[in-house]
Design a protein around this ligand. Structure first.
Ligand SMILES: Nc1nc2c(c(=O)[nH]1)N[C@H]1C(S)=C(S)[C@@H](COP(=O)(O)O)O[C@H]1N2
Ligand SMILES: [Mo]
Length: 334
């Protein structure tokens, strides 16, 4: 592989401030042996607000992760504070309100877990809970997350490249698409039981990528954020992150990755194909039928409703993705 030349979307570590500095120092101290197991704390989660019944006094416990220092960040923006990232979520399996996932998911069981990679591969694989953290080198990646609803965050994810995982299964040349599936477990996920609170979705939640998109170095399988394992509301124990696409492509709590020769029908496409396409590349020039996509509300350290409107960038500011769509009409393939 060639040495990469930094793109305008990439800047050096010392230009990113905020909570990541704290986390990176912490990681360094840990690698030098200054932080023993007893000093490793549980994440200071916001207390779950309970109105469905269930999680009242429970807070999911996250664990610090070992990860390599990032060489390149893909954002010149300030990080969104951890408390916002873990309390303002879309995860319809736990309810369709932004605070439902935190409130509803705190007793979600992530261990044992089983992630299967199969379909058009030479070697099907199953990763168990421990494999998620030790099969690949974990790396921090700071990405913008741009929801189709026109809000956005900047998240310090920890994970490994999706390409590494797919390569391990040895894809056949006939594989053209990759399909992802979230856990189906209505006993644990109240939204899967109730068509109303679950947003009318036909579960399990399904997403898909073209094989070249899945093999793109920016596509990440995330197992953590802010230096620790993912909390359930963000897609524990493992979720996809595709930073140049609208957030709904970044499917959470994945149990199956299947390679196929047919374009899958994805959850949101099935629900409203004219509003949520298969490609879903962030594009300020193609509006959602009901609102503009030219700008977005960046969630920062200010109050959740602080006015912080910024212009949306093509491919969410990841021009590295552009060449994959060079000969496509992105109005038609939205
Ligand atoms: N299984 C599943 N994955 C999902 C969703 C969901 O409802 N269910 N919501 C998506 C949407 S619309 C967005 S914007 C992101 C939000 O990720 P976050 O809550 O970690 O910010 O998750 C995506 N992944
Ligand atoms: Mo979203």
């Amino acid at each position: 592989m060639l040495i990469r030349t930094p793109k305008p979307s990439e800047i050096k570590e010392n230009q990113v401030t905020d909570e990541s500095v704290y986390q990176n120092r912490r990681q360094l101290l840990k690698s030098m042996g200054f932080l023993g197991a007893s000093a490793l704390m549980v994440s200071p989660h916001a207390k779950a607000v309970n109105w469905f019944g269930g999680d009242e006094n429970k807070t999911f416990e996250t664990t610090p992760l070992e990860f390599s220092q990032p060489q390149v960040y893909h954002s010149e923006d300030l990080l969104t504070p951890e408390q916002k990232i873990i309390s303002h979520n879309n995860f319809y399996e736990f309810g369709s309100g932004k605070s439902d996932p935190l409130a509803q998911s705190q007793s979600f069981k992530v261990d044992p877990w089983s992630l299967k990679i199969d379909g058009l591969v030479e070697k099907s694989l199953t990763l168990d809970y421990d494999d998620l953290y030790k099969s690949f080198e974990l790396q921090e990646r700071i990405y913008r997350l741009r929801c189709v609803e026109a809000w956005s965050m900047v998240v310090p994810w920890i994970g490994f490249s999706l390409a590494a995982l797919i390569k391990k299964a040895k894809p056949l040349s006939s594989a053209k698409y990759v399909v992802f599936e979230t856990l189906y477990d209505p006993d644990q996920m109240p939204g899967q039981k109730n068509r109303f609170t679950g947003g009318g979705i036909d579960y399990p939640y399904v997403e898909g990528l073209r094989i070249d998109e899945a093999m793109h170095p920016l596509a990440l399988m995330s197992v953590g954020l802010y230096g620790k394992t993912l909390p359930p509301q963000n897609g524990a124990p493992i979720r996809l992150v595709v930073p140049w696409k609208y957030g709904f492509k970044s499917i959470k709590s994945v149990v199956r990755i299947r390679l196929t020769d047919k374009k899958p029908q994805t959850t949101w496409e099935k629900l409203a194909a004219s509003e949520y396409g298969f490609y879903a590349n962030v594009n300020p020039q193609v509006d959602h039928p009901r609102w503009t996509q030219a700008s977005e509300r960046r969630i920062t350290s200010g109050g959740l409703f602080t006015r912080n409107r910024i212009e949306t960038q093509m491919f969410n500011g990841y021009p590295e993705a552009a060449s994959m769509y060079a000969d496509m009409d992105l109005r038609k393939f939205y």
